[in-house]
Design a binder for this molecule. Sequence first.
Ligand code: UTP
Length: 478
Amino acid sequence: MNPIEQQLREAVGKFKQDQVFRFWDELDGGGRERLLGDLSQVDFSLMNRLVDTWVKNTPKAEPFERIEPVPVIPVVDPARPDAQEALAVGEQALRDGRVGLFLVAGGQGTRLGFDGPKGSYPIGGLTGKTLFQYHAEKIINLQRHYDCVLPWYIMVSQANGPATQSFFETNEYFGLNSDDVYFITQHMVPCVDDQGKFMLEDRDHLAMNPNGHGGCIQAMVEHKVLDDARNRGIDTLCYFQVDNWAVKVADPYFIGYHLQANAEMSSKNHRKHKPREAVGVHCLCDGVYHVIEYSELDIYPQLLETDANGNVVYYAGNPAIHILSVDFVQRVYDNFDQFPWHLAHKKIPFIDEGGQRVAPESPNGYKFETFVFDALRMATHEPVALEIEPPGEYTPTKQFEGDNSVVAARESMTNFWAKWLDASGSSVPRDANGKATIAIEISPLFARTCDEFVAKSAGKTWPVGSDLIVSEDGSVGG
Ligand code: UTP
């Protein structure tokens, strides 16, 4: 027995996970190597702690004495002096090359059910442009506008990493310099059954899931993102998620507020209109900044309170848009053993004792994940919370139809861009509810903001009588 196998067998035995070797005698050399490869990624004592805390016992809610709403900077109004000051600071940081971009794209995208990395989803209903392409076009626009380089660090998982990289290669990095795009791979963690036992997805393969978007903290340090950022003079990382088509990548206002406050981590938030909206809530728990996941709202019922007018008191919903300072990421990494974990009861395909594949119809096991917003509680300088309005900033695409869907995102972006067309003097036709009756897509290479669109539209009348695509050079059509 080679020393690695011996070491892993000891760990497996110590933590009573021997079932993972059930099919060992049937495996050929390659299969045995694959299984040992999976096991060598496992932090056995961490898994033991998680199973003990979450599966064998019912975790206790953190006993907060006092929960308060977070102080929020209201939605940016460019006429406001504080907004103008923040803009100046943020734009200067962009021009000075202090800003990098961090995208998390390692999720499994199970709800969307799309065969491929979520970023390669053709989100543009008219153009078929993908989420990755939209993000890239915004970055190119920003680089041109601020005469800077915005390195783009992209977190992928073992499952979607190779497909993501080849998608970028096939598309020639969407016009970006490939030296400024980095892929880093997050850790995986084993899924466990209701008894806390690791599950097999195949005879030679554990059922595993990526360790959540909080895994970006480890991935950034271990894959030398921080070193690269520091070498480039970058101290500020703008974090966003792949399925938010509308995101304002590197929003200079947000960067400005963050830097002015000397914050270590900042967040955008959006107003919840219903207590049970499916978003996490930003709040202060015993004076410390937290985001409470929507699945945990019942543990803290005051977070569901409404005032006399029916408005949600703890209204700051979490759209998962943050800024983190490079030094802060290092500090969180150094204390990652204190980083909280969350678990989700899910349907996890597995092979049973007889080696038969099972696709369960109801949840049969647990996935453990970390969430990036839990880093907020580790910030020593007060985090900035900036309110946004979702149109033009937040269109999460979790499924095809319904809430947080592709269909909703397309409608939201069309109505957002319709306002740009109106502002340029070409009034978009609307229905009785004020919704645009045509579909619209505007390339971020042509315009990233309404002001830019209006300036570039001078003297033009846009053909808003039917669906409209505005391309990079301002021409109309595909
Ligand atoms: P979600 O938690 O919404 O997951 O991720 P998802 O993969 O998009 O979809 P479901 O839940 O499987 O249907 C929010 C963001 O965090 C990233 C995702 O790629 C997405 O950008 N993420 C999530 C990671 O990068 N790694 C993870 O382990 C989990």
